[in-house]
Design a protein around this ligand. Structure first.
Ligand SMILES: CC(C)(COP(=O)(O)OP(=O)(O)OC[C@H]1O[C@@H](n2cnc3c(N)ncnc32)[C@H](O)[C@@H]1OP(=O)(O)O)[C@@H](O)C(=O)NCCC(=O)NCCS
Length: 173
């Protein structure tokens, strides 16, 4: 039973723990979709502690951790200037880059709370409109984003190793 829930901004000291939760949650969610070598290459490029260390030093992006029961890391989110291949992208467009909650903690509103924190930060920084890239078959995430006012706007292919995933770009103005 979860007693306490804390959402806080991640710091450089969290690089190792973000590498761990980033790799774990991606593998839990999408690991079955890719050949092991593609998955391993993606995890090295996106979730090594070194990559997170660099990312956490970037002043224009923000990362949040949700911790339960005195320090157990249950999920994370990150946001910043939009990097999605949006046609005619607005110069002040923002993006939710990542939103992941560990499987055993799904359905407890932790994702909603992380998303609320990330959207509030994006809005406070003047980012508008806001975009999210989501796998076309990830229906639960799409339901969550729809509850927060995001609608489908465009489509693109997201590379994972040698594979290309069909993704939707969601937008909220
Ligand atoms: C998508 C994800 C972040 C959601 O996190 P979560 O903590 O389970 O989300 P919440 O508990 O806030 O919301 C999920 C459930 O709570 C309920 N809920 C939350 N807010 C609600 C509301 N305002 N009204 C009604 N129901 C609500 C819903 O039943 C919802 O389930 P659904 O999938 O049937 O729609 C999580 O499932 C996850 O990490 N998935 C794997 C990674 C992933 O897909 N990330 C997104 C990549 S783009």
């Amino acid at each position: 039973m979860t007693r306490t829930i804390t959402i806080r901004r991640a710091t450089i000291a969290d690089a190792f723990r973000l590498g761990e939760i980033g790799g774990t949650t991606f593998t839990e969610t999408f690991g079955h979709l890719y050949p092991p070598e593609d998955l391993a290459a993606f995890l090295r490029s996106a979730h090594s502690p070194e990559v997170w260390h660099r990312r956490l030093q970037e002043s224009h992006i923000a990362v949040w951790l949700v911790e339960v029961d005195d320090g157990v890391c249950a999920g994370y989110a990150s946001a910043g200037p939009c990097k999605l291949p949006v046609p005619d992208l607005e110069s002040n467009a923002g993006e939710l880059f990542q939103l992941y909650v560990r499987g055993p903690f799904h359905g407890r509103r932790l994702g909603s709370r992380l998303l609320t924190a990330a959207l509030a930060w994006l809005e406070s920084r003047g980012f508008d409109p806001l975009y999210i890239g989501v796998w076309s078959r990830n229906e639960s995430a799409q339901r969550l984003y729809a509850r927060f006012g995001f609608t489908r706007y465009a489509e693109y292919e997201f590379p994972v190793g040698t594979q290309r995933d069909h993704e939707y770009i969601l937008r909220r103005a």
